[in-house]
Design a protein around this ligand. Sequence first.
Ligand code: NAD
Ligand code: MG
Length: 387
Amino acid sequence: MTVRSISILGATGSIGTSTLDLLEREPDRFQVAALTAQRDVDGLAQAARRTRAKLAVIGDASLYGPLKQALAGTETLVAAGEAAIVDAAALGADWTMAAIVGIAGLKPAMTALNNGGTVALANKESLVSAGTLMTGAAKANGATLLPVDSEHNAVFQCFDHAAPGSIRKVTLTASGGPFRDWSIDAMRAATPAQAVKHPTWSMGAKISVDSATLMNKGLELIEAYHLFPLPPEAFDAIIHPQSVVHALVDYIDGSVLAQLGTPDMRTPIAHCLAWPARMATPCRTLDLAAIGRLDFMAPDPERFPALGLARAVLAAGGARPAILNGANEVAVAAFLAGRIGFLDIALIVQKVLDRYDPAAPASLDDVFAIDAEARRAAQAAMEIITA
Ligand code: NAD
Ligand code: MG
């Protein structure tokens, strides 16, 4: 058996720790090259010790000393700072998990793609903001880009890649989040603690808020567009509270293929880790009789305007997805910090999209410039709202 070298960018997060959980069950198959984190020194050091990682990188440069100390007596090399995370992505691991949250993950993910190998992508914000550049980099460098996001992994498993012309529609499911049945007045008063309490999935704070606004599903429609060769209008979303059916692929003959499973990210991660083979996971077996029923309903555009914004952005293309993402990251951070209300998130994104419409990005630098301007515009919009 060949041992594969693995790097995890964002190793201390929800996706990172699920990936570690799978690797650590089969230590003979995998060798850990680099692990990165932003601030969680203890989590990073413990994971590096357990897996005997070759390199551990902490993004916050002021934490170099504590990390060095936490890994004293081990053979793990220690580095710190934003550039060191990019260097870690350039080590040329056979398989890299891109699980940093937000646009911060873009440069590392691109670097991993530029180095060839296989990149399992969880960091959807990078693909939303720079999709064409990323898929172009994968192609140019012979890298394999595998979707970790559960819905996209589901599509990947159901999609006839040899005959995309035989597919007319791809539908992503959404749980509907914690506010699925809330009134608009209740949503207006929703707290960060209520928003991050997801009914079916356990995830990081940012994506949990995105799930509550349905912006997550909007970002995922754009993500899907970059991963599967269909026109923008072929991608749709439906509410499915049980999160058992992850996505559906409609063929021209009327056949619909879907992937099902218990909501546990270790299933799509394992699919990427073993691909094109399969590996066992400790995930619970799906028991449909115990679940009893599967519900589906159309999303409510009034209470969840973010989905409509993302659809329009997908249709328009160009710089708009990067603007949507940058403005949303600022608004979500402000909501989590208690500075704005829940319904203000989509409002701020809308205001930024209304005011800022530059040309499509041709390079990574263009994407970062668009992102920076969208963030400035979002801060300005926020100041008006909170004044
Ligand atoms: P998380 O917040 O739990 O973890 C984020 C990781 O990124 C941590 O290791 C953190 O240290 C690191 N990080 C944070 N800011 C950073 C920065 N500025 N620079 C470098 N590293 C930084 O997030 P998560 O829930 O694991 O999600 C990670 C990504 O995967 C997101 O893009 C999310 O949308 C996507 N995703 C997550 C899930 C899920 O179930 N959690 C499902 C699908 C997709
Ligand atoms: Mg998803």
